[in-house]
Design a protein around this ligand. Structure first.
Ligand SMILES: Cc1cc2nc3c(=O)[nH]c(=O)nc-3n(C[C@H](O)[C@H](O)[C@H](O)COP(=O)(O)O)c2cc1C
Length: 170
């Protein structure tokens, strides 16, 4: 059993690629277990005190389809005592009114169920008009944009993982 469980969804593979880079930055598969959301059971979440949640935004402000199907299950999961960090990929140019909405929606639900959010990330360096993940100048997680700013992703991941390690206290 690893310290950290990462639950992610992906449709075209960009968030999966980010998930693997984030796993690597945390120290690899001995530290982070990757669970793609269609394979997740409710009980899997209780196995970890530290959670990483990854979801891209699809269909103009909607959850990625596997997360969309799983979302109602979150109501049956107790996240109290857990530290949770979020990440996602999106397209801030093509979908400027809904950039990264998905992690905003999942973060709101998991917080309602007791999860403690860590890993807030400044909106500086992004250009968008609206986001459900925007919590007053900070995203409620790491925002990646493989469609327009892929050259920034590696350094963003490195900095964010260092921040989350500190906030997890590991
Ligand atoms: C039809 C369509 C709708 C999209 N809607 C949004 C959106 O509302 N907000 C956003 O930030 N990105 C949106 N995107 C961009 C995707 O989130 C982005 O390409 C993401 O990296 C895909 O992740 P995945 O490869 O892990 O599925 C959309 C892309 C497509 C093709």
């Amino acid at each position: 059993m690893t310290q950290i469980g990462m639950f992610f969804g992906t449709t075209t593979g960009k968030t999966a690629e980010a998930a693997e880079k984030i796993q690597e930055a945390f120290g690899g598969e001995d530290v982070v277990t990757l669970i793609e959301i269609p394979d997740a059971e409710n009980d899997d979440f209780s196995s970890y005190n530290f959670l990483l949640i990854g979801c891209p935004t699809w269909d103009i402000g909607e959850l990625q389809s596997d997360w969309d199907a799983f979302f109602p299950n979150l109501d049956s999961i107790d996240f109290s005592g857990k530290k949770v960090a979020y990440f996602g990929t999106g397209d801030q140019v093509g979908y400027a009114d809904n950039y990264m909405d998905a992690i905003g929606m999942i973060e709101a639900k998991i917080s309602e169920k007791g999860g403690q959010t860590v890993g807030y990330w400044s909106t500086d360096g992004y250009e968008f008009d609206g986001s459900k993940a925007d919590r007053g100048g900070k995203f409620c997680g790491l925002a990646l944009d493989e469609d327009n700013q892929s050259e920034l992703s590696d350094e963003r991941i490195e900095a964010w993982v260092a921040q989350v390690k500190t906030e997890f206290g590991i």
